[in-house]
Design a protein. Structure first.
Length: 376
């Protein structure tokens, strides 16, 4: 069977298991090897194409982590320094010793959003960072406490404070990552443009069945990923921990940087040594996270790792060197530095990821198998 027929079969299997619209893209050693789309974007039945855009939620966290790594590569920040070294206001209310590294791996103890968070306030960077700086920790330093939404501002403000030319975080991402890598359809704040290209979100029932008393603090109901994000207010807000809008090709190209040891098509942003250091599991890696309601398999670089399921996401493979970003509802991207493979899957029907769906129920199982087969 040809690759084209295998891809069509895998996409049709995703729809058979409930998907509305799906995109996949894969690169191998920086070159595109696979792309496909199926299904519909909205209630009007608009077909999904390769240029359709999707909210990708926490897949966006890979951008926030990458920005911190770029600043570390340039000697502008030290992972082991307190956040307050670069952002003094953050040191209030017993947060003065929390390090950049602890934020990077979700062990800062401050997973919550500020009281009074609304969709409109997500668009106010200064309000968000001031509110986060004023918080008191919910957990001790070093304990896993997944920063569902706040992650991007916690890291993004450190990047902004260490930026020698004082750019907004969105401008930093555009000028230091997207432009050098030739990424054109990945947005942090759409500024009122291209809204008509964004797929409508749907849900497939309860996304996180395990109870968690802390989840509503980390992810307030007013901004919980799901159909409420069909509001264009979310498209235009710069939410670097959960608010990316992109197509699969752009996200797979971005992860190609990790898959190729920090260099992509002649542009090097990180050393190979630094990228390979990311595969080391974070301290206390077997610890249950009371915000997520699961044990997240996270590496010291802030990316999720491959491995056995659970806790690893099954479709990315069991190689422990895989670096991934998982998004609420099933959007996902990953890089395999051992083979040079990078993959992204975007979609608009959100399904349960905690605990991960078994392979025979997961809509993307055949897509993951296919790209691994192609990469060898």
């Amino acid at each position: 069977m040809s690759v084209e027929r295998k891809l069509q079969f895998a996409l049709e299997k995703a729809v058979e298991r409930g998907e509305r619209g799906v995109q996949i893209a894969a690169y191998l050693k920086g070159e595109p090897i696979l792309s496909g789309a199926i299904g519909t974007m909205d209630d009007a039945g608009t077909p999904v194409t390769g240029t359709s855009l999707f909210p990708i939620f926490s897949v966006t966290k890979g951008l926030a982590a990458m920005a911190v790594h770029i600043q570390a590569e340039r000697g502008l920040l030290d992972y082991d320094e307190p956040v307050a070294t670069y952002w003094p206001e953050f040191g209030s209310n017993s947060k003065g010793e929390i390090t950049v590294q602890e934020v990077l791996v979700h062990q800062a103890g401050v997973p919550q959003m500020p009281p009074g968070t609304t969709p409109e306030r997500l668009a106010d960077w200064d309000w968000c960072v001031a509110g986060l700086a004023a918080l008191e920790p919910l957990f001790p330093r070093g304990q896993s406490a997944y920063a569902s939404i706040s992650y991007g501002w916690l890291l993004g403000e450190v990047v902004r404070r260490t930026d020698s030319v004082d750019r907004t975080f969105a401008d930093f991402i555009e000028q230091e990552i997207f432009e050098p890598l030739g990424i054109e359809d990945y947005y942090l704040g759409m500024q009122g443009n291209n809204h008509q290209r964004v797929a409508q979100l749907y849900t497939a029932g309860g996304l996180r069945p395990q109870p968690s008393e802390y989840r509503s603090l980390a992810m307030p109901e007013s901004i919980t990923p799901g159909p409420i994000w069909n509001n264009p207010v979310f498209y235009d807000a710069v939410v670097p921990g959960a608010g990316g809008i992109a197509n699969a090709d752009s996200v797979a190209k971005f992860f190609g940087l990790l898959a190729n040891g920090g260099e992509l098509n002649g542009t090097r942003l990180l050393s190979e040594e630094r990228v390979m250091s990311f595969v080391e599991p974070r301290p206390r890696s077997e610890e249950y996270d009371e915000v997520l309601g699961q044990t997240p398999l996270v590496g010291v670089g802030g990316f999720w790792l491959g491995g056995n399921t659970p806790p690893a996401e099954p479709i990315i493979g069991t190689n422990p060197n895989i670096l991934a970003s998982n998004g609420s509802g099933g959007s996902i991207a990953w890089a395999d530095p051992d083979t040079g493979l990078s993959v992204a899957i975007c979609h608009n029907r959100m399904f349960r990821i905690n605990p991960p769906l078994p392979p025979d129920e997961h809509p993307f199982t055949e897509l993951g198998d296919l790209v691994r087969d192609i990469a060898g």
